[in-house]
Design a protein around this ligand. Structure first.
Ligand code: BG6
Length: 479
């Protein structure tokens, strides 16, 4: 007999997206260009993201830019939200595109048309009783701030960010209670481009600039928490981490130590600042050894203390395996992280290792360290889907993946972890962040759009649609 799991009564089931990956309408409603708009689709995207000679220009004669039209949610949000409602979503994680609200980023007044668009989206969600969970920044910096100011390594971005946050908090204070500050803030340690908006020229520069840029973002994040509490009574503001447990390749103590150190830096550095309101002691040694000298100004440390988060949200896709001793050479790669091949795990078609136990480990480790409520705001399987002759899409592989991860989550609740909710990634097919492909699909809802941009954009339910609907209806008792 299969075990019946018990989820908390008000558990927030739902799905998660990012504006630049689903909205489209990239020049509509007065929107300005964002960094995501100059990233082409396909393999070429991967080669641009670490190339210091990339100048953030578009070349539509050579490349396809899938984010421009994305899945046209800008015009079809009503249809999409109706489908989320049909699945019984309790919550919907989405992001606001900064350049819809401040097209260049450095204006003093917000763009009314941009603000009005999200009003309509929130009203539509409200119609169905779906609680919005809003990410302030999800891999989107207005392009002007990247080209003219050099991205987050420039402290001036804090001023522009403050204006943006005040504008959206003020406008949506009666509509949105749950907020997240920066998507996968720690991903900057591996790939600064999307989150910090610059590409370092060499390793030395990377250490200094990335940590300085992160310092600015950590301040911005604390400021958003503080403003949220002041401007929206009863609101809850969380951080968002990319979490991947880092396993030692074997029990050689040096590998164990190495994996622990890597994990402390990647998984916990940003979380520690968000939760404890101060830099962790371990980072001093790292800064010394890597010659990082932060410019910390008066009031910075006090602000970090004032802006401690209410909860911790994170994405979980895979675990990583690391070593400094041993023969294993074969590597695996996600979109931001990677490691050595783990012989005990299978991988997705895109080579991401599938590890549901890793989710239970992550939940327990995070809760043991922080004792704050947790929220899984991204998890899912990117796969090629086939439309059968009868028009159905039999995505049992996706159902299996999600069932195993939700089971791991249920087990961790039994372990004592406080979990607020679960939003699977891309409940409707959207543009992949890592490769810009449409063919890497995560959704319960299929979107008829191809990698070259062709397609009707029609929406179709996959087999997983009814499965997830039932998971929500039974509050996780039937998986
Ligand atoms: C996360 C990002 O890193 O992974 C999302 O927050 C992204 O924006 C998701 O889409 C899945 O990655 P990909 O590369 O398969 O789209």
């Amino acid at each position: 007999m299969t075990k019946e799991y018990q989820f908390p009564e008000n558990f927030l089931w739902g799905g998660a997206t990012a504006a630049n990956q689903l909205e489209g309408g990239y020049l509509e409603g007065g929107r300005g260009l964002s960094i995501a708009d100059v990233m082409p689709g396909g393999k070429i995207r991967g080669s641009f993201r670490n190339n210091p000679d990339f100048h953030f220009e578009m070349d539509t004669t050579k490349y396809v830019y899938p984010n421009h039209q994305a899945i046209d949610h800008y015009h079809r949000y009503k249809e999409d939200i109706a489908l989320f409602a049909e699945m019984g979503f309790k919550t919907y994680r989405m992001s606001i595109s900064w350049s819809r609200i401040f097209p260049n980023g450095d204006e003093t007044e917000p763009n009314e048309e941009g603000l009005a668009f999200y009003d309509k989206v929130f009203d539509e969600l409200n119609k169905y009783g779906i609680e919005p969970l809003v990410t302030l920044i999800h891999n989107e910096i207005p392009l002007h701030l990247v080209k003219e100011y050099g991205g987050w390594k420039n402290r001036e971005l804090l001023t522009f960010f403050e204006r943006y946050v005040k504008a959206v908090f003020n406008r949506y204070k009666d509509k949105v209670k749950y907020w997240l500050t920066f998507n996968e803030i720690n991903s900057a340690l591996r790939l600064p481009l999307y989150s910090l908006g610059f590409i370092p020229k060499n390793d030395e520069q990377k250490e200094q600039l990335v940590f300085q840029g992160l310092h600015h973002q950590l301040l911005a994040s604390a400021l958003a928490v503080k403003l949220g509490h002041e401007m929206i009574p009863g609101s809850q503001v969380g951080c968002m981490l990319l979490y991947a447990p880092i396993y030692p390749y074997n029990c050689h103590p040096e590998n164990v130590l190495y994996a622990k150190e890597e994990s402390r830096l990647f998984n916990y550095f940003c979380g520690d600042v968000h939760v404890f309101g101060e830099y962790p002691r371990f980072i001093n040694r790292y800064f010394k050894e890597h010659n990082v000298k932060l410019d910390i100004q008066e009031g910075d440390l006090a602000l970090l203390k004032e802006g401690k988060v209410d909860f911790i949200s994170f994405s979980y896709y895979m675990s990583c395996t690391e070593k400094i001793i041993g023969d294993q050479k074969e590597r695996v790669l996600g979109n931001m992280i990677g490691g050595f091949k783990n012989p005990f795990l299978k991988a997705s078609e895109w080579g991401w290792e599938i590890d549901p136990h890793g989710l239970r480990i992550s939940l327990n480790d995070l809760y043991d360290r922080y004792r704050l409520p947790l929220f899984i705001v991204e998890n899912g399987l990117g796969a090629n889907d086939t439309i059968e002759e009868d028009g159905t899409i039999q995505d049992d592989y996706r159902i299996d993946y999600l069932r195993e991860h939700i089971t791991a989550m249920a087990e961790s609740i039994e372990d004592g972890v406080e979990l607020m909710g679960y939003t699977s990634w891309g409940p409707i097919d959207i543009v992949s962040a890592g490769t810009g492909e449409m063919s890497k699909r995560y959704g319960f809802i299929y979107v008829d759009k191809n990698d070259d941009g062709s397609g009707t954009f029609n929406r179709m339910k996959k087999k997983s649609f009814d499965w997830y609907k039932n998971v929500i209806a039974t509050n996780g008792r039937e998986l």
